[in-house]
Design a protein around this ligand. Structure first.
Ligand code: ADE
Length: 424
């Protein structure tokens, strides 16, 4: 083990554990697929003795993932994948009730955030779990002496998968990563319905604004943007989509939304949500055009989508109006409101995706770790997909848990699909 002295955990207040435990149990009741995985892991011990370092949003749902990995025999250290997403009560309970090593405090500064990553890594992981690829990056750049012990890792989010693919293409990735985000039972549901609902939840909890009748701008029409647009529209907002991809832009139009460049949307929007995964989707020029009272929120992984430095630079004053709402007054008196410091608004001001979708995401995570234990040695140092059998099994178990049954092909239908001879 490392010579550096590492505390067994660093959380805000262990006194919050009893509150956290109840919330973890509440989430568990809505995660039936993960529960089935946990029951099998308890019997079969597929992760016996495995050291896992996870860098994930520290929530009640993540707590149930950690419990599942522990039930399979793993020893888990956990740090946050975002400085503002930690639920301090869940973190406390994970330490006090479930014996995990947790390094995460809501609102931690960047120095503490990276120290926590290093502390989670100090346990010499054999498997890494990431949401955004910060842990993998620190491991490869600052703690590369630990790399020979690592057999593989998983990645939860689109941004992380993009980063890891660049690493692999540059020949820098030193072990295989399973891209959990690419599983259909992950991104179809978590990115679309999870982000859709929880982003609106975050905006509403932070502002308590009425969405009906408002011009609501969604930057980026990937799975997350589609989800946010649909939910905002359902609440009566007039949705405007901005895109750089012509196919996605066309899809947004045919889904019933207005599409225009951000330069135009900036002048009419009242609420903005960025879901592009790229920097400065709302740029300094866009900020100059905003209406008085415009609200800016981000639901992409990093706090780079809104040019916050430009906002701070052009503002003549700022003040905190409510938790997660900062007002900036511009030189001509216009007011702009930034939510949650431009960090993931669904986790900063609300509680992230509901347990029902994290159920599938984290069942994929657990089964992907088991897959790495069984097959990791034979995999190339690339980003690979979740095996289709795992993906389908998660969907099947979710349908079962929802009490839903589906049809199966008759022999005749299967034969027809496999043949090419018969036409009209
Ligand atoms: N990402 C988005 N929502 C989440 C949640 N509730 N728990 C963990 N990761 C998340």
């Amino acid at each position: 083990m490392s010579a550096i002295q590492v505390p067994t955990s660093d959380v805000k207040d262990l006194g919050l554990a009893s509150l956290g435990k109840l919330k973890i149990e509440w989430a568990e009741a809505h995660m039936p697929v993960l529960r089935l995985v946990r029951e099998r892991f308890t019997r079969e011990q597929p992760l016996r003795g495995l050291r896992i370092a996870a860098c994930l949003h520290v929530t009640t749902e993540t707590a149930n993932l950690v419990r599942t990995l522990q039930a399979g025999g793993a020893e888990v250290s956990l740090c946050a994948s975002n400085p503002l997403s930690t639920q301090d009560d869940a973190a406390a309970s994970l330490v006090a009730d479930y014996g995990a090593s947790v390094y995460a405090i809501k609102g931690e500064d960047d120095v503490t955030y990276y120290r926590h990553i290093e502390q989670a890594l100090a346990r010499h992981p054999q498997v890494t779990m990431d949401d955004g690829a910060d842990l993998v990056t620190v491991l490869h750049t600052k703690r590369s002496e630990l790399l020979p012990e690592v057999l593989g890792g998983t990645e939860e989010t689109t941004t992380g998968v993009i980063r890891l693919r660049s690493m692999a293409e540059a020949g820098a990735l030193r072990y295989p990563i399973v891209a959990v985000n690419e599983a259909m039972t992950k991104h179809f549901f978590d990115n679309r319905y999870g982000t859709g609902q929880s982003t609106i939840d975050g905006i509403l909890r932070a502002t308590n604004m009425l969405l009906a009748g408002r011009n609501f701008v969604v930057a980026g029409y990937g799975w997350c943007g589609r989800g946010v647009a649909r939910r905002a529209s359902g609440l009566g907002a007039h949705v405007i989509v901005t895109e750089v991809d012509p196919v996605r832009a066309l899809e947004a139009v045919m889904d019933g939304y207005r599409v225009m460049p951000m330069a135009e949307a900036a002048a009419v929007g009242e609420i903005f949500v960025t879901t592009t995964g790229d920097i400065h989707a709302v740029s300094e020029k866009d900020i100059e055009r905003l209406r008085d009272g415009a609200v800016l929120a981000n639901s992409g992984h990093f706090n780079v989508e809104i040019d916050i430095s430009a906002l701070r630079r052009v503002a003549v004053s700022s003040r905190h109006m409510r938790p997660f709402v900062e007002e900036f007054v511009l030189a001509d008196g216009r007011r702009v409101y930034l939510l949650g410091e431009g960090r993931l608004i669904n986790l900063a001001a609300a509680e992230g995706h509901p347990a029902e979708v994290m159920d599938m995401s984290f069942a994929n995570q657990s089964l992907s770790v088991e897959y790495l234990v069984k097959h990791g040695q034979g995999l190339n140092h690339t980003v690979c997909v979740v095996p289709i059998d795992i993906d389908r099994e998660v969907a099947r178990l979710k349908l079962d848990a929802m009490g839903l049954r589906i049809d199966t092909l008759t022999e005749e239908q299967a034969r027809y699909l496999a043949s090419w001879e018969s036409g009209t």
